[in-house]
Design a binder for this molecule. Structure first.
Ligand SMILES: [Zn+2]
Length: 335
């Protein structure tokens, strides 16, 4: 019983958290959708549900109602059975067996003993009942697990449905081809040679585990972007929609991969060049000059906050107006 109740609370807390996350993912800021692949919370939720049902089965088995109906050693002590002097007499009473300590009594005395044994047996059965109930309650964790999985499946279907109608995948096939051609043209300008941009819809190369927005081989002629980056660029170039920082990030990523294709290997320098090229790129895709500069400055500000695993993407100190990485040293605006 106790185990079941202890499991019940976190299980429902977990489900409510997952519901909250999916709602935030659907209706919240687009940044959340781009930052966290939707399958991660589902994988965590499923793992926790599995661990709940597993721990319910692993919980210490309830003290089994004794199949051996003879008095146990502690009963002997409690009721004063004395192995030395008394024998145990088996009496069939309705659907149970009673063991009576027998010292040769007869008649009324024996009836009294049987009556006592009956009372003790009733007492024992009453005590054993919760244990039996607990044993039956193993069905509960299973039902709870099935409920949890059903909720996860329903939420997953909802997220998939929303994703397929709002993300890059919702864009019509011809429009996607046109968009990818446009992205390729733009990055060819930056790379200084014809290059090919692909949107990695199957996530073979970017997103998911690598947690990168794009990949390119240094000096190569093809780069892959995540569907989220492609969709942001598409919204800007074809629907004239600007999603603030998300649009800025998408522009910087396209420029970043283009600089890798151009031959720049160092991540910090590549990012420095990307935010500078991003100003003109953003304008060509439909932003005003002021807005494009503001978004690229924001990228530079965020870049300074990078630590830990992504610290190699930090732009070097020379990435400033008049610094050695300034692509237009004569221009006092930076980026
Ligand atoms: Zn890079």
């Amino acid at each position: 019983m106790e185990t079941a109740d202890r499991v019940a609370f976190p299980a429902w807390a977990l489900r409510l958290t997952l519901v909250g996350f999916v709602l935030a993912w659907i209706f919240g800021p687009i940044e959340l959708r781009q930052a966290v692949p939707i399958w991660i919370p589902f994988a965590i939720a499923l793992g926790l549900e599995l661990s709940f049902v597993w721990s319910a089965f692993r919980a210490p088995a309830p003290r089994a109602a004794s199949l051996d109906r003879r008095p146990q050693p502690d009963d002997r002590e409690r009721y004063g059975y004395d192995d030395e002097q008394s024998e145990l007499l088996l009496v069939h009473d309705k659907d149970r067996d009673l063991w009576i300590p027998y010292r040769g009594e007869s008649g009324e005395e024996l009836d009294e003993l049987i009556e006592d044994a009956r009372a003790w047996a009733d007492e024992d059965e009453a005590a054993a009942e919760p244990a039996i109930a607990q044993r039956r309650s193993l069905g509960r964790p299973v039902r709870r697990f099935v409920t949890g999985v059903a909720i996860i499946a329903a939420l997953g279907l909802t997220a998939w449905f929303v994703e397929s109608r709002t993300g890059w995948n919702s864009v019509d096939g011809n429009a996607r081809i046109a968009a990818v051609e446009r992205f390729s043209d733009e990055s060819s300008r930056i790379a200084g040679k014809p290059v090919d941009i692909r949107c990695d819809e199957s996530r073979d190369f970017v997103g998911f585990v690598q947690h990168a927005d794009g990949v390119a081989i240094v000096g190569g002629d093809r780069a892959y972007l995540t569907p989220e980056i492609c969709h942001s660029l598409y919204r800007l170039a074809f629907e004239e929609r600007v999603d603030g920082n998300t649009t800025g990030r998408a522009i910087a990523v396209l420029a970043h991969e283009a600089w890798h294709l151009r031959g720049e290997r160092d991540e910090g320098r590549t990012e420095c060049y990307a935010v500078q090229s991003g100003v003109a790129l953003g304008q060509r895709l439909g932003l005003s000059e002021d807005r494009a500069r503001q978004l690229m400055r924001q990228q530079l500000t965020e870049n300074a906050l990078r630590t830990g695993a992504t610290v190699e993407y930090r732009v070097p100190p020379d990435c400033r107006d008049g610094g050695s990485l300034d692509l237009r040293p004569d221009d006092s605006r930076f980026p």
